[in-house]
Design a protein around this ligand. Sequence first.
Ligand code: GLN
Length: 343
Amino acid sequence: MKTVSDEVEQEVSTGSLPAWDRVEELARSAHARFRHDDEGAVATYIPVLAEVDPALFGVCVAEVSGAVHEVGETSYEFSVQSISKAFVYALVCEEHGHEVVRERVGVDNTGLAFNSVIAVELNDGHPMNPMVNAGALATTALMPGASFAEQWENVRTGLSRFAGRQLELDGEVYRSESATNARNKAIARLLQSYGRIDLDPLEVVDVYTRQCALRVDARDLAVMGATLADGGVNPVTGERVVSAQVCRDTLAVLASTGMYERSGEWLFEIGLPAKSGVTGGIVAIAPGKGAIGTFSPRLDPAGNSVRGRHATAYLSRALGLNIFASAAQAAATGVPDGVEHSA
Ligand code: GLN
């Protein structure tokens, strides 16, 4: 079937961030406003995560120009966890293309928890989307590499290129999660039974567990997000990591599924594709403009960082990032003389 994408050149929407000083001022104000918010609780389901200091809070805005604004604990490292799913998905799309990945993994919200087994059963063994564990495991299984060691190395170097620096494995988190991730192993076996994973499912879980245990900070998240906002070129290093088409696909998936079962509400309130992880990171992407990376460990019941959510909502509004917001052209500029509006 011929689609519009075969015939029409992709143009991009325009708009830019406010001046550097204004972005800096708003990033500071986002941090100051929410730093005393003590709502929520840190994740404990991977035992070692419970030890984190809940008071940590970092806010970072990375612009597509390469400018980076950092406030608070933006260089405190934590394991990337579910946020890795967004970037591994982009790498896999770059390798296999839009159609193959859509067929194998899917793009629709499950409406169920990120580690749901029922979601797989309800959909005839189809994982549904790459931002829940079933889809993320099926996605990791598609990473290029002749061995599991090579696949893992490709995950690590790929995510490092998004971040613009070499990311390292947190061995303690990796071991802690490996010892307690029976459910992920069950999901991988279930996918194998439905023919959705061709490789050894336990090895796939191992690569996935390592991917989740890569250490990042809030600044890395912002730069990684800004790469997706910049048509696939890391605005700090200038390196092309993925194609512009892959960025578009990835952001569409994030918009519908990046914030767990709260993805609809997040889009409604904040209006940006985003991904969160259980360690308290959030990356929100404003296409063509930049990205916001936040880190604070206290989570709401859906598993999203409370301060991160508030700070991102504030910045989305104040910086004019909501992708659904518009103002009437006539109100801003006045209706030009001689233009007749038909009813
Ligand atoms: N490694 C975690 C898991 O697979 C990631 C979960 C998350 O951040 N939501 O269970």
